[in-house]
Design a binder for this molecule. Structure first.
Ligand code: NDP
Ligand code: MG
Length: 387
């Protein structure tokens, strides 16, 4: 039998991380869980460590280290803490694939470490490609590392491209559910609450991406993610609203033919495919029934009302560090919205303000991303305090 695939899950306590653990335990002959990590949720990390018995665990918030260490002192599990440890554990020789299931800019550094150590990447953390897509894709090419998308839309595109290596893409369509406020006017959006924004119609996800889905920032980040994953120009990437979330995305080839990938919305499928590609392992996930979905519908995304989507296209054309600044502003703005400090519409207003204020460094190095991320966060916080 082939060697089992050693997996590191960065962000095992999150929505993607917990679903990834379900996938991994379902195939004990295929996967070998090496590393799990969390930021603050030490209780769940301890529970996962005792249940799934990885080789190492990391808590990035150092304040939680003692509790973790005390709980696992008698187990044969290595325990580490801090951001540097996150970067180091992925380099272990036992790790073959790193699933980046942590949220936000924090994913950048460990992803770079994993690529440098020539690990395959199963990429859920789209922010890494948004912030530093050129740097990451160049590094991956240089190191001969494959990046397998976990995001359902990008997994769909990737699945449609299998066997099409020599056929150029004319265009892709990323589908979007439209979120809880599909069809709303600006006036209606000015009155929505945090509670409403947290209710996604089709997917259950972490808080940040749920808000990003409601503002359509998520789709904007996905447009940028697609540019880097599939080497596309902005005019080759279109967004189409598809409220049923059954068609996960489509590719149009140069002969005009289109391929779509479909199925019930379940992230476990996309996670599993990123970890087992090119194999498709048998699952008992519920199957699609056409009679439950007699009509699949499609509509135009409203870029005038949902300004974040438009802004994402703008920063993509600006290149350089513009998307890094947008991502930082958005992370700060979403965190403030989650604390009920700003309104829903203030998120896109802040994002726009920061992109306009920030210097755009055209050929950035790693240190430039770090500096821009920090500066953009500061400007966003200042603007929030003046609101
Ligand atoms: P969650 O908020 O549910 O989980 C985030 C995970 O990252 C948790 O394990 C959390 O630890 C950890 N984490 C948070 N902050 C940090 C930090 N600063 N440093 C290190 N680790 C940190 O997020 P999701 O699972 O929803 O999303 C994860 C990523 O996957 C995001 O980039 C998202 O855009 C992407 N994605 C998610 C989808 C989904 O269905 N959820 C779909 C497609 C993409 P702790 O629990 O301790 O806070
Ligand atoms: Mg997605």
């Amino acid at each position: 039998m082939n060697k089992k695939k050693g997996i590191a899950i960065l962000g095992s306590t999150g929505s993607i991380g917990t679903q990834a653990l379900e996938v991994i335990v379902a195939y004990p002959d295929y996967f070998d869980l090496q590393v799990i990590t969390a930021h603050k949720n030490v209780d769940l990390l301890i529970e996962q460590a005792l249940k799934f018995r990885p080789n190492s665990v990391v808590i990035s918030d150092e304040n939680q280290y003692k509790k973790l260490k005390d709980a696992l002192w008698n187990e044969e599990i290595h325990v580490y803490c801090g951001e540097d440890a996150l970067c180091q554990v992925v380099e272990s020789t036992e790790v073959d694939t790193v699933l980046t299931a942590l949220v936000g800019y924090a994913g950048l550094r460990p992803t770079i470490s994993a690529i440098n150590a020539k690990k395959s990447i199963a990429l859920a953390n789209k922010e890494t490609l948004v912030v530093a897509g050129a740097l990451i894709t160049e590094l991956a090419k240089e190191r001969g590392v494959n990046i397998y998308p976990v995001d359902s839309e990008h997994s769909a595109i990737f699945q449609c491209l299998t066997g099409e290596f020599h056929n150029p893409i004319e265009k892709i369509y990323l589908t979007a559910s439209g979120g809880p406020f599909r069809g709303y006017s600006v006036d209606q959006l000015s009155k929505v609450s945090l509670e409403q924004a947290l209710k996604h119609p089709n997917w259950s996800m972490g808080a940040k991406i749920t808000i990003d889905s409601a503002t359509l920032m998520n789709k904007g980040l996905e447009v940028i993610e697609a540019k880097w994953l599939f080497d596309l120009k902005s005019e080759q990437i279109d967004v189409i609203v598809h409220p049923q979330s059954i068609v996960h995305s489509l590719v149009q080839f140069e002969d005009g033919s289109m391929k779509a990938q479909m199925g019930l919305p379940d992230m476990k499928l996309a996670i599993q495919y990123a970890l087992t590609y090119p194999a498709r392992l048998k699952t008992n996930f519920p199957r699609f029934n056409f009679m439950d979905y007699p009509s699949l519908t499609f509509e135009q995304a409203d870029r005038k009302v949902f300004k974040n989507l438009d802004l994402a296209y703008r920063v993509m054309d600006m290149q350089g560090t513009a998307a890094c600044a947008l991502n930082a502003a958005n992370e700060v703005a979403v965190a403030a919205f989650l604390e009920n400090k700003i309104s829903f519409l203030a998120i896109s207003e802040l994002n726009e303000h920061v992109v306009e204020e920030m210097t755009n460094i055209i050929s950035p190095k790693y240190d430039d991303f770090v500096a821009i991320d920090l500066a953009a966060r500061e400007i966003t916080l200042q603007k929030i305090s003046s609101l």
